[in-house]
Design a protein. Structure first.
Lengths: 353, 274
């Protein structure tokens, strides 16, 4: 089912949290709403399922305008951050609840609940109560309960936030597998860029109640529309250097760097301020345009080493390199470089050129 | 058990302190089935005469079984009213965005703090005016309404502890607000519900002043009033009869406590885990 949000505005008292938002979730895709906390992503989610009222704007499920349809009739499955399982019911009763309130027959309920349990691999846990389950198992039950009545869409509100690191990895692929197997349209709310990148078909990145960019994960990583998006995606994060355009070059006086502007970018007039975004994988020893500095911090990650490099003027670059048996120690002087084609160029307002 | 200190001194101390109370209970029971000569300590004969109220009516009074039935009806009705009203009212106060919610809650608290005895004359007049004086129904209404403020506050505390998400999930699963309350939220506050029920029942069972003033007639008399009237007569004190009726009156309460004491503890615990 396709979901269309049109001119959505939400206010809490005098505070406008979301202003005039437009978003389309395509049939069968998993879309992530990514953004820092308080950016309005959960509010958007609750507007889709009807728990939060919209002050302005409309929601369509396919062709149907559901703006004023009560939550109960929207037929949307939601997985809450705390899972919100019903503590006094067994796993089987939890999953069956959406069907029992619809007064389905006993056989239908039994069959559907069995199928769901199989889908999320919890057949052995049906008689337990939520408190007897691990976080990952509770998550699976919540997923099964959300999907059991064949909803038109699945909404996930920070589904992995309460899990430990290992389970998070496992549930990441599990949720994606279930979504692909059922072919359901899904919206994932998260503040974790790794989750958004790894689980979704498209990402909508939000800040202060606005959607900044909607794109496929790889596309958004490589071609962020502004410096906020560039800094939000990628771990370790991107580093920025400020420079000035001078004769088809970007000059950063404080670190004696002169970089030619790549061909695909229209050269701004002389004297324009430019912000260079340098991702850690593109600041490497063998690159031609050298930016010397001193190692200030080393983080051994096993497969890779992460170096923080302090430049002459005090600014910081990060470099990630394949692991070495003898990593550099802090204090070592290095002379690593960059490749202009790999860098991101932003103008003064933060927009990418 | 901790071995940091010896516990026998405590046991001995508590035993000595409890002896007089245990003695009182023992003699309460012994006196109901024996006779003792004036001035003596030990009983001199066994008799069931003091329990005669069970099979015959005491002079000038209705049957004790009628009083028992009245008390039972009174306590149960109060319990049912208190439970049904406070479990719904406090849900509304805890969850729904109703106007003047804060003021309403403050008002309820005021009512609870207000000593009900100061209202008794007004209540008496009101009941007389609407024709409910000397009826069980009237005194049930009065007791239930005086009991409600505490019930509403206690239940509200339990409701407040239930996570919102459970209700959101319920609505999302297609259930109406009523089904959500009845099937998802009410089970979460079960400990409070049970405790409040027991509490109200015991309160009703032991209520004396309201029935004594508002329903003193023989046919609507309650056990507490019945008991008090036994010694209000200056002509003949029968203390052993008084003790027997007292024991009869207290027995259901004692049994209640034995079975449900853990549930009663819950009312002050306030948690959602049952």
């Amino acid at each position: 089912m396709e979901i269309v949000i049109e001119n959505f505005t939400k206010r809490f008292g005098d505070l406008t949290v979301i202003e005039n938002m437009n978003l389309i979730i395509k049939e069968g895709e998993m879309l992530s709403l990514l953004g820092p906390s308080g950016c309005g992503k959960s509010t958007t989610l609750f507007a889709i399922c009807g728990i939060a009222r919209m002050d302005e704007g409309r929601v369509f499920f396919g062709e149907k305008d559901v703006t004023h349809t009560p939550t109960q009739q929207r037929n949307i499955g939601v997985v809450f951050q705390s899972y919100a399982l019903y503590p006094h019911m067994t796993v089987a009763q939890n999953i069956a609840f959406p069907l029992t309130v619809r007064h389905e027959s006993k056989q239908t309920i039994k069959k559907e609940v069995g199928e769901m349990a199989e889908l999320v691999h919890i057949e052995d846990l049906m008689d337990r109560r939520p408190e007897q389950l691990s976080g990952g198992q509770q998550q699976r039950v919540a997923l099964a309960r959300a999907l059991v009545r064949k909803p038109g869409a699945l909404l996930l509100d920070e589904p992995l936030a309460n899990l430990d690191a290992k389970l998070r990895l496992e549930m990441r692929s599990e949720i994606r597998r279930v979504q692909l197997e059922t072919g359901i349209s899904a919206v994932l709310v998260t503040h974790d860029q790794v989750e958004a990148m790894s689980m979704s078909d498209r990402i909508a990145i939000m800040k202060d109640g606005k959607i900044l960019q909607v794109a496929r994960p790889a596309e958004m990583y490589q071609y962020p529309e502004n410096d906020f998006i560039a800094s939000f995606l990628g771990n370790p994060p991107i580093a920025f250097l400020d420079g000035i355009v001078s004769d088809e070059n970007v000059v950063i006086q404080s670190v004696d760097l002169k970089l030619p502007v790549p061909e695909n970018i229209e050269v701004p007039p002389n004297g324009t301020s430019i912000r260079l975004g340098v991702r850690p994988e593109f600041y490497q020893p063998h690159h031609p345009h050298k930016i010397p500095g001193t190692v200030s911090f080393v983080e051994i990650q096993g497969r890779e080493n992460l170096y923080d490099i302090n430049l002459k003027d005090g600014s910081l670059l990060r470099s990630i390199q394949p692991a070495d048996v003898s990593p550099l120690s802090p204090g070592t002087k290095v002379d690593w470089g960059v490749q202009p084609e790999q860098l991101l160029f932003f103008d003064k307002s933060g927009k990418r050129l | 058990m901790s071995h940091n200190f010896k516990n026998w001194p405590i046991v001995v101390g508590l035993t000595i302190a409890s002896v007089p109370i245990i003695f009182m209970y023992v003699f309460l029971f012994v006196d109901t089935v024996t006779d003792t000569l004036p001035g003596e300590m030990m009983p001199n004969r066994f008799t069931l005469e003091h329990w005669r109220f069970l099979w015959e009516n005491i002079e000038g009074k209705a049957s004790v079984w009628l009083a028992m039935l009245n008390t039972l009806i009174f306590a149960s009705s109060v319990t049912i009213i208190v439970l049904s009203v406070s479990s719904t009212a406090s849900y509304a106060l805890s969850r729904l965005n109703i106007p003047f919610r804060k003021e309403f809650l403050a008002g309820i608290l005021m009512l609870h703090a207000f000593p009900s005895i100061t209202l008794i004359i007004a209540i008496f007049l009101v009941l007389q005016m609407i024709g409910l004086y000397n009826t069980l129904f009237g005194v049930i209404l009065v007791k239930a309404s005086l009991q409600l403020p505490l019930g509403i506050w206690i239940m509200k505390g339990f409701y407040d502890a239930v996570p919102w998400e459970i209700e959101m999930a319920g609505i999302q699963d297609g259930a109406s607000r009523f089904v959500v309350w009845y099937r998802l939220v009410l089970p979460q506050v079960r400990p409070g519900f049970l405790a409040l029920g027991l509490f109200s029942f015991l309160e009703g069972w032991s209520e004396y002043i309201l029935p004594a003033i508002l329903a003193p007639a023989n046919e609507v008399q309650m056990l507490s009033v019945y008991l008090a009237s036994l010694i209000s007569d200056d002509q003949h004190f029968d203390f052993n009869l008084f003790k027997s009726v007292g024991l009869f009156y207290a027995t259901p309460v004692i049994i209640f406590y034995l079975f449900f004491q853990d549930k009663l503890m819950n009312i002050y615990g306030g948690g959602t885990k049952g």
